[in-house]
Write a protein that binds this ligand. Structure first.
Ligand code: G16
Length: 545
């Protein structure tokens, strides 16, 4: 039997529902788990081809991240730990949508177009989240890899960023770290302890942090990490998966969108808290004040805290490296204003999706990228890393400069540069707060967010909305952008945009304005415009109470 006959035979065990078409979205395929088996098998095939093409290990993560528990999905990871390159997203869509009898033809076309040497030995690293459907779906990926005679390593239950880390470690021959969860915990905890040594007066109270694990993989992995942190961080875990449903009324997405604390979290006024999302690649912080008001510190506030800290250290070290911040259209206007005009850092805006932010951040010496939803990290260019490491061990420089460089070096080691990582980001934020000796309240008042609101509108086909200008303006359907412009004009400091989600079957609406009342009215009116002009289904959106 030829290799392709074998693929064809095995793929029949993972049949594609006839006529079903899916699109590779913001972070891979994502839909209800029970129609994804064939997609997983085929992504096993594609990852094997990608590995042969790049002559490197490729990652396949089975997760639907922030989506409800009954959904699932898959993220493909390229050799340096970043999201798979856009050209291959197209192949992914073609493969996922090929009918059974056309599958091998599509495979052969990809092999030809990419001039893939099929004798090259491939390697695919696989991980999965805690969804009930993830185990069986990851077996379908493994089947896909083996039918092309690929070598696979199944890491089982890991966070998405842990799998990105494994891929990067493997492809740098251990240069980035050891490709095991133990290696990950050791690397991060060592850097964290190294950094927090510089905040010797930290009290036990300051070391205490409440973590909402979204009832997902992040909770499991945080528990494993605990022993490595040697009580330098005392985490109290909530929504640890022992009873509640994944992402249900908890997790980073819920907290960010609803602007309220997750269920099941027992927080005292002023207590520092954070939430991970379902695969632990996002994080948001929050607290309630003595009057019971909820305060959210989202990805924008995280980017501000980290970039301020980095700029201060660079100045103290006397290193002339450019720090830039990459945001998306969801970034609160106040954060952009603060970064550009007070901190004087370069700010750029990309489309939603870490794949876009990551590439933009690579253009700078130090690129800090965060989506407002808490997905982000910091990328250090080779030049930046070399200068920092050299200065940290330079005997001829002043103690002050060397000390600052050492802090920067530990910071580089603590950050997961492969992708946004809730655990790594959390440790970095905790270290920065400790070193700077500031509380979550001090951090919060750096700038004040403009009141904002995010809503979802269900339409028959969300692809009718096409956008431009980093998703800030709608090109189609006709008349929609004009309606949004007219509505925005009615409010002070207002801004609004709409875009089709790439992870859920909805259109997202974002608005901000000078008061909560105004922004709620604006967001509702924009939702109505979407409903009327873009083919809304179900009941008309109702005003917010
Ligand atoms: C994914 C992406 C994020 C994006 C989010 C929402 O997050 O990795 O970059 O912000 O989806 O995307 P959309 O608005 O298109 O649905 P996650 O955490 O769900 O993988």
């Amino acid at each position: 039997m030829t290799r392709f006959e074998e693929v064809s035979q095995k793929s029949a065990l993972h049949p594609k529902p006839k006529g079903l078409t899916l699109q590779y979205g913001t972070a891979g395929f994502r839909t209800t788990a029970n129609i994804l088996d064939h997609v997983m098998f085929r992504m096993g095939l594609l990852a094997t081809l990608r590995s042969k093409k790049t002559k490197a290990a490729i990652g396949v993560m089975v997760t639907a991240s922030h989506n409800p528990e009954e959904d699932n999905g898959v993220k493909l990871i390229d050799p340096m730990g970043e999201m798979v390159t856009p050209a291959w997203e197209g192949y992914a869509t073609q493969l996922a949508n090929a009918e059974q009898d056309a599958l091998c033809t599509v495979l052969k076309e990809i092999i030809k177009k990419e001039s893939i040497d099929m004798s090259q030995a491939p390697s695919v690293l696989i991980g999965r989240d805690t969804r009930p459907s993830s185990e069986i779906l990851s077996r379908a990926v493994l089947d896909g890899v083996s039918s092309l005679e690929g070598h696979s390593q199944d890491f089982g239950l890991v966070t998405t960023p842990q799998l990105h880390y494994m891929v990067l470690c493997r492809n740098t021959n251990g240069g980035y770290g050891t490709a095991t969860t133990q290696g990950y915990y050791e690397k991060l905890s060592k850097a964290f302890i190294e950094l927090t040594k510089n905040a010797a007066k930290r009290t036990d109270d300051q070391k205490r942090l409440l973590v909402d694990g979204a009832n997902g993989i992040g909770a499991l992995k945080m528990r494993e990490m605990d022993a490595f942190l040697k009580s330098e961080l005392q985490v109290e875990l909530f929504n640890d998966g022992s009873s509640g449903r994944l992402n249900h009324q908890c997790g980073a997405d819920y907290v960010k969108v609803q602007q309220k604390a997750p269920q099941g979290m027992h927080m005292d006024p002023g207590q520092r808290c954070c939430s991970f999302d379902g695969d632990a690649d996002r994080i948001v912080y929050y607290y309630t004040d003595s009057a019971g008001h909820f305060h959210l510190l989202d990805g924008d506030k995280i980017a501000t805290l980290i970039s301020t800290y980095l700029k201060e250290l660079l100045t103290r070290a006397g290193l002339n490296l450019q720090v830039a911040v990459v945001q998306t259209a969801y970034a609160n206007g106040s954060s952009t204003q603060y970064l550009e005009h007070v901190m004087k850092v370069t700010v750029c805006c990309t489309k939603t999706g870490v794949k876009h932010l990551h590439h933009a951040a690579q253009e700078f010496d130090i690129g800090v990228y965060f989506e407002a939803n808490g997905h982000g990290t910091v990328l250090f260019s080779k030049k930046a890393e070399e200068q920092i490491r050299k200065l940290a061990k330079d005997p001829d420089t002043s103690d002050e400069k060397r000390h600052a460089a050492k802090l920067l070096e530990s910071t580089v080691n603590l950050i997961n540069q492969a992708t946004g990582d809730a655990i790594s980001d959390m440790l970095l934020i905790e270290a920065v707060l400790a070193i700077r000796g500031i509380s979550v309240q001090d951090w919060d008042v750096i700038y004040t967010d403009l009141p904002n609101r995010q809503l979802k509108v269900k339409v028959a086909d969300r692809r009718v909305i096409d956008t431009t200008d980093a998703e800030r303006r709608a090109v189609t359907p006709a008349g929609l952008q004009d309606s949004i412009d007219a509505l925005v004009k009615k409010y002070k400091q207002a801004r609004a945009f709409v875009r089709p989600s790439g992870t859920e079957d909805v259109v997202r609406v974002y608005a901000e304005a000078d008061t909560q009342e105004s922004v709620d009215a604006l967001a509702h009116q924009v939702s109505l415009a979407v409903y009327r002009l873009a083919g809304g289904v179900g009941d008309e959106p109702k005003p917010l109470k």
